[in-house]
Design a protein. Structure first.
Length: 348
């Protein structure tokens, strides 16, 4: 299959979206930009499309997909009911980087929900995404447009790296501005449970909903419990090299990271370091990755997946990372970074 990669412009936009919509209605796959990361879209109501998504990603089919909608009016048709909590969250955070888990309606195929009776729904805020969803019939099932196990793609070029020859079309809408996947909250349980941290933070959800529980498996990989969001059990985001996070006072972290980098170098390993812009040049690494200014979780979120991909592109074998601010949006950044490191954190 030849994958068409098309940069959306003012001139071609209407025609390209029409073509993308036709591909989707015929059961094909189109990758599209959203504000979080690029999505790999198929018709959410067509079981054959869901199967194709799993094949293209190389993803286990018990890992459910998120159904993307473009208007609130589209929601009642795919869920058993729209609870008050969902209405409240939608009015506050949709369109935006929030996914809600609700009881699914009959017409949503189990192929889309990984066999579950619940469905994950999100309304993205990106204008190309919204027009594309409309053109595709209103219900687009989409996981992130990466091959399973690789970091989610934040540019169309990264999508092409993973999906060239596997899908019909890639819509290039520039860089994903947020850079991390949506927050996921389960509204089928009482109290509602945060399953994946993101730009809509735990604090923001608590203000809207009152008590919010947090899936314990988010914090460490070896709690022995199965995560409530099925996809969270799979190895994710990990670079090919070994990644270790070091936490402690600034001086202790600098010393500990440099010690390990030098040891790696002595073993002839290519080394990398991930640190704030202010501190990154202190380290004795072959490759330096700046995550933005200290305390700027937004900058870190935008850069993280590009950095993890660049670690592979550069062939880095040992990567040391500072521990970044984990408040607010920082919780989402550290959730992904901890997973990428296989939960290998050293306290100094
Ligand atoms: P993504 O990682 O962006 O591909 O989004 C898909 C993720 O959403 C899955 O891996 C699950 O973790 C989560 N998810 C989707 N549907 C459900 C559901 N019905 N219940 C719980 N988690 C879900
Ligand atoms: Mg993903």
């Amino acid at each position: 299959m030849v994958t068409k990669v098309i940069a959306i412009s003012k001139e071609n936009r209407a025609a390209v979206l029409r073509e993308a919509g036709e591909i989707m209605k015929a059961g094909g796959l189109v990758a599209f930009p959203t504000e979080t990361v690029y999505g790999l879209g198929g018709d959410a109501l067509n079981p054959a499309s869901a199967k194709k998504i799993y094949e293209a990603k190389g993803r286990p089919s018990d890992n459910p997909l998120i159904v993307h909608i473009a208007a609130m009016e589209a929601l009642p048709a795919i869920v058993e009911e729209v609870p008050e909590t969902a209405k409240r969250l939608a009015s506050l955070f949709w369109p935006g980087p929030l996914t809600m888990i609700l009881k699914k309606a009959e017409r949503v195929p189990k192929e889309t929900t990984g066999g579950l009776d619940t469905v994950a729904v999100r309304m993205p805020v990106h204008d190309v995404a919204l027009d594309f969803i409309q053109a595709a019939g209103g219900y687009v099932a989409a996981p992130s447009a990466n091959r399973s196990g690789r970091p989610s793609p934040t540019t169309a070029a990264y999508v092409a790296e993973d999906m060239e020859g596997r899908i019909e079309m890639i819509l290039d809408g520039g860089q994903a501005t947020l850079g991390l996947e949506s927050t996921i909250v389960d509204l089928t349980v009482e109290p509602p449970m945060l399953l994946r941290p993101g730009f809509v933070t735990e604090e923001m959800l608590s203000v809207a909903l009152g008590e919010v529980a947090v899936d314990e498996t988010l914090l460490c990989g070896d709690s022995g419990q199965a995560p409530k969001a099925p996809g969270m059990k799979y190895r994710h985001y990990a670079p090919k090299g070994e990644l270790v996070i070091v936490r402690g006072s600034e001086a202790a972290v600098t010393a500990a990271i440099n010690e390990r980098l030098l040891a790696g170098r002595a073993e002839n390993k290519k080394t990398g370091v991930i640190a704030t812009d202010e501190t990154v040049e202190r380290y004795e690494a072959d490759v330096h990755f700046g995550m933005g200014e200290k305390g700027s979780a937004k900058a870190a979120a935008e850069r993280l997946y590009r950095i993890l991909r660049e670690c592979d592109d550069e062939g880095v074998e040992l990567i040391l990372s500072e521990y970044f601010d984990d408040e607010g949006v920082g919780a989402a950044v550290m959730n992904r970074l901890r997973k990428a490191a296989g939960y290998h954190i050293i306290d100094v």
